[in-house]
Design a protein around this ligand. Structure first.
Ligand code: HT7
Ligand code: ZN
Length: 866
């Protein structure tokens, strides 16, 4: 297959101003009639070429005249009509089979309902169309179906509905905002609805409706609340008001992704929408809040202003992640949110950047755009915007956003044009900044400092270097903002002078390979707190000694760096042990410091919960290569055991002291207390004594909500034994009718580090509740195992790799997009000890040699091997 390149971009040959679609819905034989008002774009004589896949063509007409077969060409990918006029009406009719569409792209059925997923290139599976984001059209959609499908929904406003003979009915929707076809949506079926209203900043009343499976409406209450808070927040933080009179969300169970921002009709994976205390954890609530916000924020950053081509994906995704992270920080606390966001960035994006799938935030070529919905586009894309804000300041940033909305509303645009708005608003030359979009890889910073007691000066030198990535052997220096402050040896903030200005904190902007700053008026020997708030997506090493880290852990006013100091200390101790050089004295000292941090009454419980969690095994595997997952697992468990023993009394006190009474509330403070209590239990579970098993079982049994039930079950899983087996059985019996909870049951077993886990996971693929056609269920078992159970996935026999490859091949037959998302854990094969790496590589080669591979899997496996 030929790659698509950014440099080959050409404007569309034809534009479509208006379209009328008519759907006659039937599970196996849906008819789609399309009436397109087409106009030639520019002076050329090209034929009209429309995308179309898996469509049975019934008829084509130009300006009312049906075309004979010889007058148009149809193949598996295109409908081509030569010699068309400059402006004309094209009418097509096609037939599709939604029920047998298991790829979940285009129009498909989930739970007996019709629904759509068109981003990125699914609309071509619905009708013939120039399926690219820079063709913006006004859609009118007529839906006709049997009344067994009571709700007939599409984008925009309902303009007509009525009854038809033969037990059928119809609805007509009109969306006044021109949009690309990837934002088209249709839903039809039996649904319950939760309704509410919101008055916008200009005083308009908007109807809000969330459609869910019958009986589930009460579980949409939290999503509704999150939606209303998001709408208000966007008005306050960005001056953005909602623009239609109706905003709808529909939850579906079978969905390849998290959610989709179709104009006025968001479609959500039900796992990211439905919640009540009995079935959803605090983490679910948190994700629902952020994804509801994310999809809503797309209304401006994505829908009103969209991408010119798919290479500009970060223009809407990175920016919208930045917006949802800012929202979550305002809702839940800035430091805790930042730590969680950085953990996710490191786990997913840093790993991607260190492997064969590394790519720039704005890639320059692809085979299947579906493969580029990556952590780099999303999470690093957000980090880039955050740095932009740091570099130009919050006022200029807001002015740049305002200019962007004003200039590009109603258009499809590019990252260059976006950055131009900030250059103009700030009066700054941002041409170097563009490197962040074009250069892949995570910059490595090394910081060293020299204190001159006599002069009371501190010289800080920071060097940057970005390792090569596939296709980019040499790298240039990037503008990197490093926020830093100073403490003294007693952990008090030290003020200093920079260029004569007295400061507690400053931002050093690296623009060259090496940058030096001199800070004056530094009265006492300093401890440098650098990269505060994780001011840039880099890996930084410093000349700090462990004693400096203890100072930061005890009292850095920047909570991100306080947490980071604890993680760095833990990481070094674990890596030393994994390398066969345990530092027992250091481990004891660390345990004591953690004890002090835990007893800090002023600290937020959610923050303490994060402090207690040791660096994850995948995170450790990135820190030293080639990685030996078994040694890392053992070393990490050894440190956890030391903490569990050393802090046993504190942890038990925390566990009993934080026990909840009263009604469950999903608010951040209550969730933080539950998180700390469950983190204490998880740490205690590192010491698998009978007493701990009893405590965990008691915790599980007494749980009044899913957060605590899962906390207890996860602790029992770490301890193992009959209590765990009994709890697993009890859990399934209780929840077998709740698909989202059954997903959790599969996932907890997939995370089990016990030697028996791989056999158990393989056995679970034969469980009656395992349905690989449902992406949530598949991911709960297979993806959780491959991504979050390194010690068992990297079984020296290679059986874990073989299991994953078998699953990829099986799923690829019907759902290539989801199959391709499973490839990633094999992609890091070069980072592992050669005996493991070769086995991983062999599985990639086996996949590649298989017949009938999809483009999606082919592309990722080829790049992974490359
Ligand atoms: N913009 C949406 C992306 C998405 C998607 C992409 C490929 C295949 C299926 C998909 N479903 C949704 C979601 C978002 O980032 O907001
Ligand atoms: Zn998005």
């Amino acid at each position: 297959p030929q790659p698509i390149r950014l440099s080959d971009y050409r404007p569309p040959a034809f534009l479509i101003d208006e379209v009328a679609l008519a759907f006659d819905l039937a599970p196996n034989t849906t008819r789609v009639k399309a009436r397109l008002s087409v106009r030639r774009n520019g002076a050329h004589a090209d034929p009209l070429k429309l995308n179309g896949e898996r469509l049975k063509l019934i008829s084509v007409a130009v300006d009312g005249r049906a075309l004979a077969e010889a007058e148009r060409e149809v193949d598996a990918e295109f409908l081509t009509v030569p010699g068309v006029p400059d402006a004309f009406v094209l009418e097509t009719e096609v037939e599709i089979d939604p029920e047998n569409n298991k790829a979940l792209e285009g129009l498909y059925m989930s739970g007996g309902r019709f629904c759509t997923q068109c981003e990125a290139e699914g609309f071509r599976k619905i009708t013939y169309w120039p399926d690219r984001p820079d063709v913006l059209s006004r859609f009118t959609v007529r839906i006709e179906a049997d009344k067994a499908f009571p709700h007939l929904l599409s984008n925009g406003n309902l303009i007509e509905k009525g009854e038809l003979s033969g037990g059928r009915h119809y609805a007509v929707w009109n969306d006044p905002f021109p949009k690309p076809c990837y934002l088209f949506a249709l839903v039809a079926g039996a649904l319950d609805v939760l309704e509410d209203k919101l008055v916008t900043m200009s005083g308009r009343t908007v109807d809000l409706r969330i459609y869910v499976d019958p009986g589930m409406a009460p579980r949409a209450a939290y999503a509704m609340d999150a939606l209303k808070r998001s709408m208000k927040w966007d008005e306050e933080a960005f001056g953005r008001e909602y623009d239609l009179d109706l905003f709808m969300i529909v939850a579906v169970r079978d969905f390849n992704f998290g959610a989709m921002e179709n104009k006025g009709l968001n479609i959500f994976n039900s796992s990211l929408l439905l919640a009540d205390p009995a079935t959803a954890t605090d983490m679910d609530y948190e994700r629902i809040e952020s994804v509801v916000a994310h999809e809503y924020f797309h209304n401006w950053t994505g829908d009103r202003i969209t991408c010119r081509d798919w290479f500009q994906l970060c223009l809407k995704e990175g920016l919208t992640v930045f917006r949802d992270q800012s929202f979550s920080a305002d809702m839940r606390g800035h430091a805790v949110q930042r730590i969680k966001d950085v953990k996710a960035l490191r786990a997913r994006q840093f790993a991607e950047d260190q492997g064969p799938l590394a790519h720039p935030v704005r890639p320059s070529s692809y085979l299947k755009i579906d493969n580029f919905y990556t952590a780099t586009i999303y999470e690093k894309g957000s980090e880039v915007i955050r740095m932009l804000k740091t570099l130009i300041g919050p006022e200029a940033f807001r002015a740049g956003m305002d200019l962007y909305f004003e200039r590009w509303d109603g258009h499809a645009t590019t990252v260059e044009e976006f950055i131009k708005c900030f250059a103009e608003a700030s009066g700054r030359d941002l041409s170097d900044f563009f490197g962040w979009y074009e250069q892949a890889g995570t910059p490595r910073l090394s910081l060293s400092s020299a204190y001159d007691v006599a002069r009371r000066t501190l010289e800080v030198e920071i060097a940057q270097e970005t390792p090569p990535t596939p296709g980019q052997p040499t790298k240039t220096a990037l503008p990197i903002p490093v926020r830093l402050g100073l403490l003294d040896q007693d952990g008090r903030t030290q003020a200093f002078l920079r260029d004569g200005e007295a400061l507690d904190e400053t931002v050093v902007v690296l623009s060259e390979a090496k940058t030096t700053v001199r800070l004056e008026g530094v009265d006492r020997p300093p401890v440098v707190s650098a990269l505060r708030g994780f001011s840039a997506p880099v890996v930084m090493t410093t000349d700090a000694q462990p004693k400096d880290r203890y100072v930061l852990l005890a009292g850095d006013p920047d909570l991100f760096n306080r947490w980071e100091a604890g993680q760095e200390l833990a990481r070094e101790l674990i890596l030393a042990r994994a390398a066969g050089q345990p530092d027992e004295v250091g481990e004891e000292r660390f345990a004591e410091a953690m004890g002090r941090a835990l007893s800090d009454q002023a600290a937020d419980p959610a923050f303490k919960a994060l402090l207690l969690a040791m660096p994850s095994e995948p995170d450790l595997a990135l820190a030293r290569q080639p990685a030996d997952p078994a040694a890392l697992h053992e070393a990490r468990e050894a440190l956890r055991l030391r903490l569990a023993v050393h802090l046993a009394e504190d942890l038990k006190r925390l566990h009993s002291g934080l026990q909840e009474s009263g009604e469950f509330s999903p608010d951040a403070a209550s969730a933080g207390r539950r998180a700390l209590r469950n983190a204490a239990l998880e740490l205690l579970a590192a010491n698998p004594k009978a007493e701990t098993a009893e405590l965990a079982l008691g915790h599980y049994r007494a749980a009044g909500n899913m957060t605590d039930a899962m906390g207890g079950l996860a602790a029992l899983m770490l301890i193992g034994g009959p209590e765990y087996e009994a709890a697993l059985e009890d859990f399934y019996a209780k929840w077998k009718a709740e698909p989202l909870v059954v997903d959790k049951w599969f996932a907890v077993q997939a995370r089990d580090p016990d030697e028996t886990a791989l056999g158990r996971v393989m056995g679970l693929t034969a469980h009656p509740a395992f349905d690989p056609k449902n992406p949530n269920r598949l991911r709960a078992l297979v993806s959780t195992f491959a991504n979050f159970n390194p010690v068992r996935f990297h079984d020296p026999s290679g059986a874990g790799y073989r299991f994953l490859a078998d699953q990829i091949l099986a799923v690829d037959r019907y759902n290539p997009m989801t199959a391709a998302r499973l490839v990633d854990p094999l992609g890091g094969w070069r980072r592992y000890a050669p005996a493991l790496g070769q086995l991983m590589k062999a599985e990639l080669e086996r996949i590649l040699a298989s017949e009938g591979l999809s483009k999606n899997v082919f592309e990722l496996v080829t790049r992974a091997l490359g």
